[in-house]
Design a protein around this ligand. Structure first.
Ligand SMILES: Cc1cc2nc3c(=O)[nH]c(=O)nc-3n(C[C@H](O)[C@H](O)[C@H](O)COP(=O)(O)OP(=O)(O)OC[C@H]3O[C@@H](n4cnc5c(N)ncnc54)[C@H](O)[C@@H]3O)c2cc1C
Ligand SMILES: NC(=O)c1ccc[n+]([C@@H]2O[C@H](COP(=O)([O-])OP(=O)(O)OC[C@H]3O[C@@H](n4cnc5c(N)ncnc54)[C@H](O)[C@@H]3O)[C@@H](O)[C@H]2O)c1
Length: 470
């Protein structure tokens, strides 16, 4: 049996972990996916955002018309976009694997790993052991969960395969209204597909501040048919060699939608069940989430976990931060362990419009009884937003008036994912609202002035509330 200093299961963030600091160690890197390099590179963040770019171009005639420019969308070449995107991504995956396979100290195994005991793994036909083991097995799309006729199954997709379709569907039904649904709804509708988004609940992007989620639903419903409070019951043959998606509402009333393809975007399942974790004594929380402490250590001292399989956040920047913690801790003395900082985890949804947020929502602050002041600043009310004739986009900030620390920031509109960054920085480094607003120049006339004005609005609103209270 081959013995290693470290065994890493998962080639996404797990692959990034093995840097030159591990050169003196024998490392096993195990991944069972056809594509090497994990979700973000092959079927997640990177290809989706590479499709969002042409989708953003495709919707720009609408904005251009408002300011007197007659842009025309002549069409979008799906096959060309797909080939450009994967023509750039696939060589990185193949090259990354090749580089690892030629490495002196890393042995790559391309099979499923499962524990025999706390130090031993079955990896396909091989059995290996390791002093320390890292679990970075990620997550996968939740399947549809209802039976579909065999000959229709190739028209039911998830984010794993929809970006590689031969042909752009003319009509697409998207099930779910989370991040993945919001991004693909934008991609496909912008490129000319008729999109219907069907959601079980009555909200889109349920984790967002309710004002953002409601406003986003309004924008989305202009681009797609947005259906709430219906559950898919049957997917069967339609009348025109197409699909017939039958749903039911809460009263049992049936509805029928016709489509050429279905995208199932109803959440993700953590990849932990094949690992036989009981054999190692690794504890799992609900829904397969591996339990870790701040140092990313599992319930077993020499076994660490990171990324989607253990994290509360299914986000690549979080997986990367946790990876850096594990990278350090694998090589550190017990007294020098570090912990991942999960205090201010931001996210962005690259739909149309973009959404970005960090910290608490107003609903959470109300639930927790946290004193707070709110400010809302429309893009259209600062110089650049006014020049854009912007409509419907805004920044919402929440701060604690006792110490002027930001508690939450929520942005919906152009460049939201960029505009949020100084607010993340302020929260992370404890910069107060007055210092941030007035302790620096804000370039005029630029879009970040919407953030400046939202910060000033917090203080103005607090003064107003104090006066009203007198
Ligand atoms: C469509 C989509 C878009 C996304 N967009 C964004 C975005 O814009 N920004 C963002 O921050 N995040 C985004 N994410 C989330 C991000 O991709 C994930 O959070 C991140 O990739 C998780 O990395 P990981 O290292 O935990 O797992 P992964 O990268 O999934 O790697 C896990 C690997 O382990 C393998 N594996 C699993 N079980 C075993 C086993 N038993 N034995 C051997 N190998 C195994 C898997 O096959 C996989 O290759 C997106 C996700 C999706 C699906
Ligand atoms: N830009 C980004 O950072 C980005 C992009 C894509 C994905 N991600 C990550 O991937 C994760 C998974 O994304 P997701 O969109 O699949 O999940 P999600 O949890 O964001 O949303 C799932 C949606 O499916 C609905 N749903 C659940 N079960 C259903 C059912 N049976 N029928 C109909 N609807 C149902 C839910 O109400 C919800 O609207 C995200 O939480 C996010 O962390 C991030």
């Amino acid at each position: 049996m081959q013995h290693f200093d470290v065994a890493v299961i998962g080639s996404g963030s797990g692959n990034s972990l093995i840097d030159e600091r591990f050169d003196g160690l024998q490392v096993a890197l195990i991944d069972d996916n056809e594509e090497f390099g994990g979700t973000c590179l092959n079927r997640g963040c990177i290809p989706t955002k590479m499709f969002v770019l042409p989708a953003d171009f495709a919707v720009s005639p609408r904005d251009a018309a408002r300011v007197g420019v007659d842009l025309r969308l002549e069409g979008a070449d799906w096959a060309k976009m797909r080939d450009r995107i994967f023509g750039r991504i696939d060589p990185i995956s193949v090259g990354g694997l090749d580089w690892r396979e030629r490495s002196n100290n890393v042995t790559v195994f391309r099979s499923t790993a499962s524990f025999i005991d706390a130090h031993t793994l079955q990896v396909g036909e091989d059995r290996i052991s390791a002093d320390q083991i890292v679990i970075a097995t990620g997550s996968r799309p939740r399947p549809l969960g209802i039976d579909v006729p065999e000959d229709l199954q190739d028209r039911i997709h998830t984010s794993d395969d929809i970006m590689r379709l031969d042909k752009q569907p003319r009509r697409l039904v998207i099930l779910g209204a989370g991040f993945i649904a919001a991004e693909f709804a934008h991609i496909f509708s912008a490129l000319g597909t008729e999109v219907t988004v069907i959601n079980r609940s009555g909200t889109v992007l349920r984790g967002e501040d309710e004002e953002i989620s409601r406003a986003f639903a309004g924008h989305l419903s202009r681009a797609v048919r947005l259906i709430f409070n219906q559950k898919v019951d049957v997917v069967e043959h339609g009348p025109a060699n197409d699909l017939q998606v039958v749903t039911k509402d809460r009263n049992g009333v049936e509805y029928v939608y016709f489509a050429d393809a279905v995208l199932v975007a109803t959440g993700r399942i953590r990849n932990s069940e094949k690992l036989n974790l009981e054999a190692a004594g690794v504890e799992v929380r609900d829904e397969g989430q591996i339990r870790v402490n701040g140092a990313q250590r599992t319930s077993v001292e020499h076994i660490w976990a990171m990324g989607d399989v253990s994290s509360d956040h299914l986000l690549k920047h979080v997986a990367n931060a946790e990876m850096r913690t594990v990278q350090h801790n694998l090589l550190a003395l017990e007294s020098d362990l570090v912990e991942t900082d999960h205090r201010y985890v931001p996210h962005a949804v690259f739909s149309h419009p973009q959404i970005a947020a960090v910290g608490a929502t107003e609903q959470q602050l109300l639930e927790w009884g946290t004193p707070h002041v709110v400010s809302r600043q429309r893009y259209g009310d600062v110089a650049y937003g006014w020049a854009m004739e912007d409509q419907g986009h805004f920044v919402k900030l929440l701060a604690d008036p006792r110490n002027w620390r930001l508690l939450g920031a929520h942005i919906m509109g152009p460049q939201a994912s960029t505009l949020i960054q100084p607010l993340i920085q302020a929260m992370s480094f404890g910069l107060s609202v007055p210092d941030m607003a007035r302790g620096q120049y804000w370039i005029h006339p630029s879009l970040p002035e919407v953030v400046e004005n939202a910060l000033l609005g917090l203080m103005a609103n607090q003064k107003r509330e104090a006066l009203d209270a007198r």
